[in-house]
Design a protein around this ligand. Structure first.
Ligand code: CDP
Ligand code: MG
Length: 674
């Protein structure tokens, strides 16, 4: 059955021709409609053809959910256990085998890290497939730049004079790598920007896969929609009561909207007459765990209509069969670096209008298996005024982490051959942050601390806190906090109709210094639940405890996993992960923890003003403490915060009080006038 499905994919017809082209060319750009079989089939074709006899086939994905679920699918198609022949590697989660794995799905970030950490030529990979290249994530762009360079070295292409000069010193260091194995690069994309990729790789060959696309009738809303979740709800039930069977896919910007719409659809569906078609709601978003996400792939039981609520993850990287109707809110969430808005510079996640190319992809999802319909919750004018395609991340995201990693390699982003050059302001802002973190010195050279930080797969701010914690002997506590902050789901559950109960439950953990110590209290309390009991009883006790305290256990479980990996990194860089404050108890610990966190978040700090507002120490923006913070009802002289949320106000989230003396003893702040 699964083999028959494979055989019937649009790409199957072109198999031999595609393999022939990939064999002939060092770089190929492969373009094809979503669902044609690129991501699942090409690696298997390459494996079966023997083109990768000397190494592993890597396929990079911008999203971890896509990487894990595709690996699961392909290992099923190969009739093997996940992690044997077919494996995956995403941040904080890897499943592959040193000897057996030949096809490895991984995030672009993981491959970039591997490149940075091993400083080699990725010699164990024979073929690297850069998938979803049209998304132009920062890591994809870096990867393309480095792969171009690595391929030149491994395949021994004639180089320009300039390159030869620059490469002289470096070549020696790289000799440890097995560079006798030539590298093939395949770039895959769903949209039509193939030319740009081809040009970047010296006019690489472009191949097209014919997709299957049935006509999709598009309906725009007549007037502009204010509340898109409400509009989506109405549209869904209109389809459900009036239209032929077929599943519905609804595109929403993020997890909050998805969860709220899920509730309302379930509520309304429960009030339908028993004779009516039932509704099965599935959700799909990056922060949701794999087993939940994969429910969307199963066909609905008979007598039910499946309704999938998804973020743009279902736009191109994941294909779900059975979709006949698409409802498109026209919104997505996108990371945006506000370099100028604040003076300090920070990434925010903003809900914004999608691009024309996204709208077209979303519409296409309705016509993969037969004619379909797409309901756009925006007017035709709004569609016409959308920009053609998105801006690459390198032009709109924080470059701090990237530049730190490049510094370790002795490279400068501004000198690299990337497809789009980032602007000077964002490079300057990243350098400033790194200097503030003590990762680079005044002459922009990487410091020993900076080296340590780069080993942690974290935002440099948190890596800095961990590194700083060894000075204050509180690494164990900092690892507890940072692990929770790095988990993909929120620790605190917000249930709007039970505000009081939630706030009562939370009081127990609330620490007077703010949110970081509060998180530490939660982690410690959680750890004590069911300790020493048999594992099944302990498990359910913890689950019940989390429910009672409105805590998201998923976040704590994930944090526990992350912590283990961070402990491993500590060991590698020679830090004692178990360091803890022993003498003089609580107060000393609080001070140590806040100072360590403070080193990481020094750039995210604000001082109380006479009028009761807080003003950034770097940058001049006025920020408010988020109402959800443990500090929201207190006034303290100085605060540090995890991030800013931009709504009609600028809110600081994850806030702790810090003594002003911290800034006068800080190596960078005491030099400048804060
Ligand atoms: O990469 P591309 O969009 O061209 O297609 P793909 O991801 O290789 O998917 C090809 C087909 O495999 C899809 O049409 C799905 O029907 C199927 N598939 C699946 O059933 N379950 C998955 N987890 C992934 C793919
Ligand atoms: Mg794909």
């Amino acid at each position: 059955m699964i083999q028959e499905q494979r055989h019937n994919l649009p790409i199957a017809k072109g198999k031999d021709a595609l393999i022939e082209e990939i064999r002939k060319n060092d770089v190929t750009v492969l373009l094809g409609e979503t669902g044609s079989g690129k991501t699942t089939q090409i690696p298997q074709y390459i494996l079966e053809s023997g083109l990768a006899r000397n190494g592993i086939i890597a396929i990079t994905q911008p999203r971890r959910v896509a990487a894990t679920s595709l690996a699961a699918r392909v290992s099923q198609e190969q009739n093997t256990h996940l992690g044997d022949l077919v494996g995956y590697a995403v941040r904080f989660d890897e499943k592959h085998d040193e000897q057996k794995t030949k096809i490895k799905y991984m995030t672009d970030g993981m491959l970039v890290r591997e490149m940075m950490m091993q400083k080699g030529l990725l010699g164990r990979y024979s073929v690297i497939i850069v998938d979803e290249a049209h998304e132009r994530t920062l890591r994809t762009d870096l990867l393309l730049a480095k792969l171009k360079e690595i391929q030149r070295k491994r395949n021994g292409k004639a180089r320009t004079q300039d390159d030869a000069e620059k490469g002289k010193g470096k070549e020696k260091e790289n000799n440890s790598d097995d560079s006798s194995n030539p590298l093939k690069i395949v770039i895959m994309s769903a949209t039509i920007d193939a030319e740009k990729f081809s040009k970047f790789f010296d006019n690489a060959k472009i191949l097209y896969v014919q997709g299957r696309q049935h006509p999709v009738k598009i309906y725009h809303s007549a007037t502009s929609v204010l509340d898109y979740t409400d509009a989506a709800l109405r549209t869904f039930f209109q389809i459900h009561t009036d239209s032929a069977p077929g599943d519905v896919l609804i595109f929403l910007p993020g997890q909050e909207d998805i969860e709220s719409l899920q509730k309302s659809i379930q509520l309304f569906a429960s009030q339908l007459p028993v004779s009516a078609l039932g509704v099965l709601v599935c959700t799909m978003f990056a922060a949701q765990d794999h087993s939940q996400n994969s429910k969307a792939f199963f066909p609905a039981p008979s007598g039910m209509r499946k309704c999938i609520l998804a973020t743009n993850i279902a736009e191109t990287s994941i294909t779900i069969s059975g979709i006949k109707y698409v409802i498109d809110t026209g919104k997505c969430k996108e990371k945006q670096y506000l370099a100028k808005a604040s003076g300090g510079g920070f990434d925010t996640l903003l809900t914004r209008d999608i691009t024309k190319s996204s709208a077209t992809q979303r519409t296409g999802r309705a016509g993969r298996e037969g004619p379909g319909m797409c309901f756009r919750l925006y007017t035709e004018e709004a569609f016409n005024s959308m920009s053609e395609s998105g801006e690459p991340e390198i032009l709109r995201c924080s470059l701090t982490s990237t530049i730190l990693n490049l510094k370790c390699l002795g490279e400068k982003l501004e000198e690299m051959d990337v497809m789009d050059k980032p602007d000077r302001d964002s490079i300057a802002s990243a350098l400033k942050t790194l200097w503030l973190l003590g990762a680079i010195d005044a002459s922009q050279q990487i410091t020993p601390s900076g080296f340590k930080m780069s080993y942690f797969p974290l935002e440099p701010q948190y890596a800095c806190s961990i590194v700083a914690s060894s000075t204050y002997s509180c690494t164990s506590a900092i690892l507890d906090i940072v692990s929770v902050l790095s988990s993909s789901s929120k620790l605190f559950v917000d249930i709007s109709d039970q505000r009081e109960a939630v706030s009562d439950a939370r009081k127990k953990f609330r620490h007077s210094s703010g949110d970081h110590m509060t998180v530490l209290n939660v982690v410690r309390a959680y750890r004590e639940i069911g300790e020493g009991e048999s594992s099944k009883a302990a498990k359910s006790a913890r689950k019940e405890w989390c429910r009672k305290h409105f805590l998201n256990e998923r976040s704590l479980i994930e944090a526990c996993d992350i912590r283990k990996q961070l402990v491993e990194v500590c060991r590698r860089v020679g830090m004692d992960a178990s360091a803890a404050v022993k003498e003089n108890g609580k107060e000393r610990e609080e001070d140590a923890v806040l100072r360590s966190i403070g080193h990481g978040l020094a750039g995210n700090s604000a001082f109380l003003q006479p009028d009761g507002s807080y003003k950034q120490v770097i940058g001049q923006t006025i920020v408010k403490i988020h109402p959800g913070s443990a500090l929201s009802e207190k006034k303290v002289a100085a605060i540090i915060y995890d991030d800013l949320m931009y709504t009609n106000q600028i809110y600081a989230r994850g806030v702790s009080a810090i003594s002003k003396s911290f800034f006068s003893s800080h190596p960078v702040f005491n030099q400048r006038k804060a």
